[in-house]
Design a protein around this ligand. Sequence first.
Ligand SMILES: [Zn+2]
Length: 302
Amino acid sequence: MNRVHGERHCGQPWRRQLCSTGEASGKAGAIQYDGYSYGVLNNTHARLWDNLQTAITNAFSQFPQRRGSIKVYAATSGGSFYHHDVWPFTNEYIQINTTNGVWGDYGRFTEAHEFGHAFHHEALGGYPNLPSSCDSHTWYSDEDESCAYVEGFADFFGVQTANDVAGWKAYVESNGPREQALANGITNGARVEGEVAAFLLDVMDGANESWDSIAYPGSYLSGIVQTCSVQLNGSWYHAFRIEDAVFCMEGGVDPAITNNGTYFPGQPTPTAVYEQTSHPPGWQQFGASLRQLWTHNLYGVN
Ligand SMILES: [Zn+2]
């Protein structure tokens, strides 16, 4: 979940504050409990802290980018979300609901997902404010493309960096969200976060499915998210839709895609793309393997 609105203040009784200490190096740092005035840390807070540290450690082993510390609130009411802020990020935080956002595989996934937003926003070039419709979303709901991209990245990040979330990872890998979206008549996977996540996962995981002959390093994927920009109507924008990332990975905007009404319908077409990654071994402009990867995951092409 991602929230732009709904800011609350630290220290309300229903919320325990876990404050992180920054390190100049940008490492996650150690989280400290912020004073006894809010009560005593219990095992739920300890579990939350431990899960997050694990996800952050896993993330830093897979992706080269780093970000600074972030406040994490453990809340007994309200949802789990990342509070999006703009530079200099003075009011950026994560809130985790202790009822369903801490324990078990869903808790581990949720915490990694929210940190994924924070990683995306501060370490990977950021993303714009999302429409308020994005405050409530599911793996397979029809969303604005920007919402599906940001939430899909966080979903991918969650299954990739949380420990022991094999069931959720298999759900993404087997295109479960696409099946559910199709059952609701939603065919454009660029608007479905679980389908975006499935594509990103297939970019990075093994060449392990009939449509997936690619296993690109995490540094490439995160480098695309970080450095991809597209030119739209004469202005440059940091990538904010999965199609932007697709065009950057493909190495340009192929008319065979943009003149085909099947893919990314209803969206303005970039006139140019820019990214700064080192192309992984086997990469080629408009390569068939990458195209098969996104057309399968977003549009069901075999
Ligand atoms: Zn989210």
